[in-house]
Design a protein around this ligand. Structure first.
Ligand code: GDP
Ligand code: MG
Length: 167
């Protein structure tokens, strides 16, 4: 099996960190600066009979007035077309208007969506992953939910296994 996997989410949720950890190499640039990833980046992971082509997207931006933001939004939106699986990355510690914007686009996606709730290492109470999670799960009724820590590599094997099953 082989297919395209888009990694989407607002800036700074950890998309590039996630891809780097999955690939085991520094491909996507990570930084505290939200606009570090300006282009869609591809990374291919082959394991057994599964080949996943990951697309790391620049985060969707609310401010559409700056040309660079428009360009980045266009790239992020185009990554959503013709993909086999979408990984929607959210930061468990913060839900913003920009997450909301991404969610609204994700809801139109036909194929499988995996909700990766990132930065599980950030808070002690693992039981309450994020205040919005129940509501968010209701917005994406067919999405699988996987709590992960992209930085520490927690639960990424479960995420990759799900991706492989959905391709
Ligand atoms: P992107 O804009 O979505 O691609 O986000 P980046 O991958 O560039 O990460 C943004 C910031 O969040 C960086 O400072 C990362 O080190 C940090 N980060 C990413 N994943 C995690 C995580 O699992 N835990 C913690 N604590 N920080 C993370
Ligand atoms: Mg990035």
């Amino acid at each position: 099996r082989c297919g395209y996997v888009a990694i989407v989410g607002r800036p700074n949720v950890g998309k590039s960190t996630l891809l780097n950890h999955i690939l085991g190499q520094k491909l996507a640039i990570t930084s505290r600066k939200p606009q570090t990833t300006r282009h869609n980046m591809l990374g291919i992971k082959t394991e057994g009979d599964v080949q996943a082509i990951y697309v790391d997207t620049p985060g969707l931006h609310k401010n559409n007035e700056k040309a660079i933001n428009r360009y980045m939004n266009k790239n992020a939106a185009s990554a959503l077309k013709d993909v086999d699986v979408v990984i929607f990355v959210v930061d468990r510690t913060r839900w913003t208007d920009e997450d909301q914007m991404v969610l609204e686009r994700i809801q139109y996606v036909q194929g499988p969506v995996i909700l990766a709730v990132n930065k599980t290492d950030r808070l002690d109470d693992k039981a309450d992953l994020m205040p919005h999670l129940k509501w968010l799960a209701e917005q994406l009724p067919s999405a699988e939910i996987v709590p992960v820590s992209a930085q520490h590599g927690h639960n990424l094997d479960a995420l990759e296994k799900l991706v492989g099953e959905r391709l």
